[in-house]
Design a protein around this ligand. Structure first.
Ligand code: PMT
Length: 409
C-alpha cells in the first residue's frame, strides 16, 4: 500500500490554502508519486503555476479548451492517466459542482471523466462548511464514492475558529500513501460501505468512586480508532464514541467523548436510529460503584469494601432495538477464547464478533498490533497478527461482505 509510482492528478481550487500546494506536490513526489497539476482560474490567483510546474516537473494544466494542451495530453488522456485524483484545497463551490455533475472547467470535467480513486480535501470558512447545502453536497459525494480528507479544525485565515482548514500537506500525503489502496473504486469494501453510517465505540470507560478516584482498564482506543479511520477512508460516515483516551480524532470522523458506561450508552442511543453498522470495540467497565462518594474516601481501616452494581450492556441494548443496526462485537479473552466469543455472539444477538486472545504479549490492549478470530453464525475467519490499522481494513472487508449478505434483497 503506497503511492510510489502512482499517477496523482492534483486539482487545486481557489482557496487561501492553495498556497500550500507546492509543498503538497513535494511531499507526494518524495513518496515516489508522479504528480500532474490541474489548476482552476481562481486558484491561480493564490499560487504560482510556475512554482507548481517546477516542483512537479510537469506542465500545469489550466484550460479545457486549449488546442496546444489537447495536442500534448488531452483532458480524456489526463483522466485516464490518473490513478488518483486528489482535489486540495476543495472549495464549497467545487464540492457543489462535483456533487451535481457540473463540468464547466477542466478540473470538473476530469472529475466526471476519470475512473481514478478520488480524494477531496475541503477548505473553507467554518460557517460555509457547516451550511446545510455544503453538508448535503458532501453526503452526495460520499455516496458517489469520493473520500474526504478532513477538513481539520482550528484558527482560519479569516480569523474564525472551527472546522474548515485544509489538512496539512504532510498529513494528506501520508494518508494517501498508507491508505489509498483501501479505497479503490473496484474494492468491494468501498462499494459496500460508501455513504453508510457507522458508529464505533472505542477505549475504556471510567467509573468514578469519589471525586478523585475511578476504576477503568488498559484500553487505549487504538483498535477502535483504527477501524474508524479505515471506515472513513472507505467512504462511510463515521461517528466515534470515545472513552477517555489520548488519541487524535481520525480525519473525517465525528467524535463524541464520553467517560462512563452510562454516558457511552446515552451517546450510542442518540445516534442509533441513524446507524447502519454498530461496531463495539470499547472495553466497557462491567460494574460501577453503587454510590459515588461526594467527598474523598478517607483511609480509615486496613480494609475497604465497596459495592458495585452492573453497568448497562451497551451493545446488547443497541442490538435489541427494533431498528437495530448490523452489530459487531469484540471479545477480549484470556481463556476459552472461542467458546466465550461464541456465547457472546449468541447472548448479545450479534451479527459478528471479533475475539482477541489477550494472553499473547504485544497484542490486544494498549498495543499497536492485534490478531482477531472473527466469528459469525455460519462462518469464521482468523486474521493473523498485524498492525491495528491493517487489521481494521481486513475486518471492515469481512463486515462489508457479511453486511451486504444480510441486507434484504
Ligand atoms: O483499545 P485498545 O488498547 O486498542 O484494545 C483493543 C481491545 C482489546 C479493547 C478490543 O480489541 C476489544 O477486545 N474490546 C472488547 C473488550 C471486552 O473485553 O469486551 P467484553 O468481552 O467485556 O464485551 C463484549 C462486547 O460487549 C464488546 O464489544 C464490548 O464493547 C461490549 N460491551 C461490554 C460490556 C458492556 N457493559 N457494554 C458493552 O457494549
Amino acid at each position: 500500500m503506497s503511492i510510489a509510482n502512482k499517477n496523482i492528478l492534483l486539482g487545486i481550487t481557489g482557496g487561501i490554502a492553495a498556497y500550500k500546494t507546492p509543498d503538497l506536490v513535494r511531499k507526494l513526489t518524495a513518496l515516489g508519486a508522479n504528480v500532474r497539476v490541474v489548476i482552476t482560474a481562481s486558484a491561480a490567483e493564490f499560487v504560482s503555476t510556475l512554482s507548481l510546474q517546477a516542483v512537479s516537473g510537469n506542465p500545469v494544466h489550466h484550460h479545457l479548451l486549449d488546442p496546444a494542451a489537447e495536442a500534448a495530453m488531452g483532458h480524456i488522456e489526463l483522466a485516464k492517466w490518473a490513478d488518483v485524483l486528489l482535489i486540495a484545497p476543495a472549495t464549497a463551490n467545487t464540492l457543489a459542482k462535483l456533487a451535481h455533475g457540473i463540468a464547466d472547467d477542466l478540473l470538473s470535467t476530469l472529475y466526471l471523466a476519470t475512473t481514478a480513486d478520488i480524494y477531496v480535501a475541503p477548505a473553507m470558512n467554518q460557517q460555509m462548511w457547516k451550511a446545510p447545502a455544503t453538508q448535503n453536497n458532501l453526503h452526495m459525494l460520499k455516496e458517489h464514492g469520493v473520500k474526504m480528507i478532513g477538513p481539520a479544525e482550528g484558527e482560519q485565515a479569516c480569523g474564525d475558529v472551527g472546522a474548515g482548514r485544509m489538512v496539512e500537506p504532510v498529513d494528506i500525503a501520508s494518508l494517501l500513501n498508507e491508505q489509498h489502496a483501501l479505497t479503490r473504486h473496484n474494492d468491494p469494501t468501498h462499494n459496500t460501505l460508501a455513504g453508510k453510517r457507522i458508529t464505533i465505540t472505542a477505549g475504556p470507560t471510567r467509573e468514578p468512586l469519589d471525586p478523585v478516584r475511578y476504576i477503568s482498564n488498559h484500553s487505549s482506543g487504538k483498535m477502535g480508532f483504527a477501524i474508524a479511520q479505515a471506515a472513513a477512508l472507505a467512504g462511510a460516515e463515521v461517528t466515534l464514541v470515545a472513552g477517555p483516551v489520548s488519541l487524535n480524532t481520525p480525519e473525517g470522523c465525528k467524535r463524541i467523548n464520553v467517560t462512563t458506561a452510562d454516558d457511552m450508552l446515552a451517546a450510542c442511543q442518540s445516534v442509533a436510529t441513524s446507524t447502519d453498522i454498530f461496531i463495539s470495540t470499547a472495553a466497557v467497565a462491567d460494574y460501577k460503584a453503587s454510590a459515588v462518594a461526594n467527598n474523598k474516601i478517607k483511609k480509615t481501616g486496613e480494609e475497604l469494601t465497596l459495592t458495585f452494581i452492573k453497568n448497562p450492556d451497551i451493545l446488547a441494548t443497541i442490538s435489541a432495538r427494533d431498528d437495530r443496526p448490523f452489530c459487531v462485537g469484540f471479545a477480549a479473552e484470556s481463556q476459552n477464547v472461542e467458546a466465550y466469543a461464541r456465547s457472546k455472539l449468541e447472548k448479545k444477538n450479534l451479527d459478528m464478533i471479533a475475539a482477541n486472545d489477550i494472553t499473547t504479549e504485544g497484542l490486544g490492549f494498549n498495543s499497536d498490533q492485534n490478531a482477531l478470530h472473527v466469528i459469525w453464525s455460519d462462518g469464521e475467519k482468523r486474521l493473523p497478527a498485524t498492525s491495528k490499522s491493517e487489521l481494521a481494513t481486513q475486518l471492515l472487508s469481512l463486515i462489508a461482505e457479511r453486511y451486504s449478505t444480510a441486507l434484504p434483497s
